[in-house]
Design a binder for this molecule. Sequence first.
Ligand SMILES: Cc1cc2nc3c(=O)[nH]c(=O)nc-3n(C[C@H](O)[C@H](O)[C@H](O)COP(=O)(O)OP(=O)(O)OC[C@H]3O[C@@H](n4cnc5c(N)ncnc54)[C@H](O)[C@@H]3O)c2cc1C
Length: 496
Amino acid sequence: MARQQNTNEQHNAAKGLSAGATVVHWFRNDLRVRDNTGLMAASALGKSRGAAVVGLFVVSPGQWMQHDWSGVKVRFVMRCVRELKGELAKINVPLVVRVAKTLKDVPGVVEKAAKELRAAAVTANREYEIDEARRDERTGELLRAAGVKLDLFHDQTAIAPGDVRTQTGGPYTVYTPFKKRWMELWNERGGVKPLGVPTAQADPGIAGDEVPIEVEGFSTTVDDALWPAGEREAERRLNAFVSARIRRYKDDRDFPAIDGTSTQSPYLSVGAISPRRCVEAALTANEGRLDGPSAGATHWISEVVWREFYRQVIVNFPRVCMHRAFKPETESIRWSDRLDHFEAWKEGRTGVPIVDAAMRALTKTGWMHNRLRMIVAMYLTKDLFIDWRLGEKWFMQNLVDGDLAQNNGGWQWSASTGTDAAPYFRIFNPAMQSQKFDPEGKFIKRWVPELKDVEGELVHEPWELPMLLKMGLEYPSPLVDRGSVKDRVLAAFKRS
Ligand SMILES: Cc1cc2nc3c(=O)[nH]c(=O)nc-3n(C[C@H](O)[C@H](O)[C@H](O)COP(=O)(O)OP(=O)(O)OC[C@H]3O[C@@H](n4cnc5c(N)ncnc54)[C@H](O)[C@@H]3O)c2cc1C
């Protein structure tokens, strides 16, 4: 009897005509109502078929664990889902929440929810990471067998990753020509306008679910107040940045003690805001042009394009999603096995003040300034000569904005194993970086209080302090002798 009923329902769902049928939008990393391509499509489909739209979110602890998501990110995601539920309620879209213990369970959980909700169709925005793409393939198969279509949309980037192609139709591996083509496409299309919010539907009378904030297996000590959740906060931050700080972005963006960047990365990484909306906002500060009179806005847009560049890298070179170097020849490098050095790096006790300050800030706040990400990544992979994969993983396990494409791109750039990477012979000197980008040592002193009384330039290199002063500090000596760093790196890369 139950089987017969299921078959009837599937048949009706396929036609999309049954009374009470729904269109389900499956939210993943698109936790917003505004300018959400898949949600907008669900709304249009629902209207055309007289079906109500229902939101679905699947809590996936096994998948998140497998992908090294941090406790702070998981909590941020769940807080964003709670905000999302409130935003959806304003347009009478209920949000149902399901749990899938492992990544493998997700397709079955979605199929079951679709059946329960009498879905005529399921929409979702594409995720490009290899495991997620396979999950969607499997979900599509299960849904198809149940007579329900899964419609996937490009939404994570302003221009779909596959659209930005070289003249010979291949993918780009260097950022600058990618950006040039990206901008041409943007202009040829007359810009890419955000979609707005779907109009409210009649109340479908379907009860939504409570959104849990705690997820078993994940915890964090980062204060929620640092990262208020949801699309309203993302929008508030964006507007505050564009109206006040974007014009100084080019000058301020490299100084971690200055609040000079947008801090949009957590919001972009969970999709609480869209990249189209970010560019649209920046254009208002740039006379409507990508490359306009505001050097700050022009530069900021080019950073958003870096994000698009790294997205297309994981689409076109999926090996980087599987812990493989973009440059295969660097796979043979024999990295250092000094795990004690790695531990010291993680805990912010390398004896290099700017590195230690950055690493301590990361575990306390879940975030790190871009200049510092480059410094600590270069230090780990060049000075300590430790495999970039270990650093990449530690970042994912601690960042609120952890994102495979950006994180992998940044790490492989720093390790000189990636696309358009730093050449292996160009190695940052962390003390010089520190003198240049934290000249008064403000950032260092905030996070490394052992050095708060060190005056002048020596805060960047306390190993140069007179012996007596050095002995009074409870601060470690550097782990490695800088003098030998370059030779070691050059020899290893030349051998590879
Ligand atoms: C080793 C390393 C690891 C990184 N890991 C991540 C990560 O896991 N998640 C993440 O979102 N970013 C990562 N980045 C990129 C960058 O550091 C952050 O996006 C940036 O610091 C976020 O701060 P913001 O939002 O204030 O950036 P803004 O300077 O205000 O830039 C605006 C947006 O542009 C994008 N963007 C800026 N710089 C870069 C860049 N270098 N590469 C790609 N996109 C960029 C981000 O989406 C950012 O939110 C990493 C960089 C490095 C070097």
